[in-house]
Design a binder for this molecule. Structure first.
Ligand SMILES: *Cc1c(COP(=O)(O)O)cnc(C)c1O
Length: 428
């Protein structure tokens, strides 16, 4: 670890950050609590048992850092890892992860050879089979394949009409020693809306597809269908393995339930410090377009996070927790910054004291602080997109609140910034 001085400018994503002094933390940080990730995986493993857990760490672990998330998820009881792309799985393998890894979204340019050599399981919806087999021939090693059937989502997966043919071809290649059918899987379309009947239909189609494959002589190790919402609401969809993504990060996939309701802990706290604080008269316009005007003499606090950091530009009104209170963002969110109206005429000393004060956009929700869900609501999107889009401009800082539970990130950020002995480092 290297030392950062408090006056250092922006810390690049890859640069280690010292834990010696809270002031040495980056001035903008996505703080990831590894204990929360372990907790969330343990929680879902309990619900899913006896089915096993695949932690989905695609998209850089939904923005949390794929490698650190993968390690924490395995520590929490996950036995598989899942990514969309082979390249994502290879990065984990090359970093020393030896757990079973599945990647399911390919193009003809996907490096199937490298995947087979690295022992990465490959989802196969149809056309990939020839490519996978060619790669297996070239490296003289059988591929591990999970056949995917489209049970209604209408994205990837073999159609029900082509399923017979895919099974037949896979069995032929398996008999030739070119591959092993390790799994059969599908993906749900509306599990986040538990009342919808389409999930029942998808389950029926999935069971039929499995029966067809087994009757033809396929003996898969794992059948898997459930995502996070189905893990919570559909025990009949658990099969041998659940593929959980958003729940790993402590966020709820349901519109009407929050993390707390599910026993999950949001793992990411997005925080910064106030960059400026000044007195303004009534009628002061704020930010590009001047769409907001103060209604009385007031105080504006400048927050140095913007859409280049991944905060949606559309999310005016999103909450910022600052000095124990939550304020809405006013005016347009800019590339680097946004403004909150403190709605009070503070004196000069009070204003100066606020400069450098921690400001939290979202976190664990403890102390009534804001959640990624609130930013999702402000942006008209889902919490998945909020955390996943936090950009590489924001350093990821890893803490472990179980190592020092007393220094878990607080909603005002003070404890996280003060924490000293917690294991902590940025993504290398
Ligand atoms: C992303 C993904 C998941 C995880 O979904 P969550 O809703 O985040 O739990 C599971 N399976 C597949 C195929 C996916 O693409």
């Amino acid at each position: 670890m290297t030392s950062e001085t408090p006056t250092s400018p922006t810390v690049p994503h890859s640069q280690p950050v010292t834990a010696q002094d809270g002031a040495a933390l980056p001035e903008r940080a996505a703080i990831i609590d590894l204990a929360a990730i372990r907790h969330n995986v343990r929680r879902m493993a309990e619900i899913a048992a006896p089915a096993k857990v695949m932690a989905v760490v695609k998209a850089d672990g939904y923005g949390h850092g794929a490698l650190r998330t993968a390690q924490a998820a395995l520590d929490g009881g996950a036995s598989w890892l899942g990514t969309a792309h082979v390249s994502e799985a290879l990065a984990l393998r090359n970093a020393g992860i030896d757990a079973p890894l599945l990647a399911w979204l390919h193009t003809p340019n996907t490096d199937f050879t490298a995947a087979i050599e690295a022992g990465i399981d490959l989802g196969c919806s149809g056309w990939e089979l020839e490519h996978i087999v060619a790669a297996a021939r070239s490296v003289e090693h059988p591929a591990r394949v999970h056949l995917k059937v489209d049970t209604g989502l209408g994205r990837n997966g073999s159609t029900v009409e082509s399923w017979d043919q895919l099974i037949g071809e896979a069995i032929d290649y398996q008999d030739q020693g070119l591959l092993r059918v390790v799994g059969i899987f599908s993906h749900l379309a509306v599990a986040d809306e538990p009342h919808r009947p389409e999930t029942d239909h998808q389950l029926d189609v999935f069971r039929e597809a499995i029966a067809l494959a087994e009757d033809a002589g396929i003996d898969p190790e794992v059948r898997h269908l459930a995502n996070t919402p189905a893990t919570f609401t559909r025990p009949d969809a658990h099969f041998d393995l659940v593929r959980v993504g958003i729940g790993v990060y402590g966020l709820s996939p349901f519109a009407d339930q929050r993390s707390d309701d599910l026993g999950l802990i949001p793992a990411m706290t997005l925080q910064t410090r106030v960059a400026n604080c000044k007195a303004v008269p009534e009628g002061q316009g704020v930010s590009y377009g001047l769409h907001y005007k103060t209604k009385a003499p007031s105080t504006l606090a400048l927050i140095p996070l913007g859409y280049a950091d991944g905060v949606p530009r559309i999310a005016t009104g999103g909450p910022v927790r600052l000095a124990g209170r939550t304020y809405p963002v006013v005016g347009r969110i800019a590339m680097d910054q946004m403004v909150v109206d403190l709605d009070a005429a503070l004196d000069g000393a009070e204003r100066l004291a606020l400069v450098g004060t921690p400001a939290v956009l979202f976190g664990s929700g403890r102390d009534g602080g804001p959640l990624a869900d609130d930013w999702a609501a402000a942006a008209g999107t889902i919490n998945y997109e909020i955390v996943t889009r936090i950009s590489g401009r924001v350093p990821r800082v890893y803490v472990d609140s179980e190592a020092r539970p007393d220094v878990a990130p607080a909603e005002d950020g003070t404890e996280a910034l003060r924490e000293t002995e917690t294991r902590q480092e940025t993504d290398a």
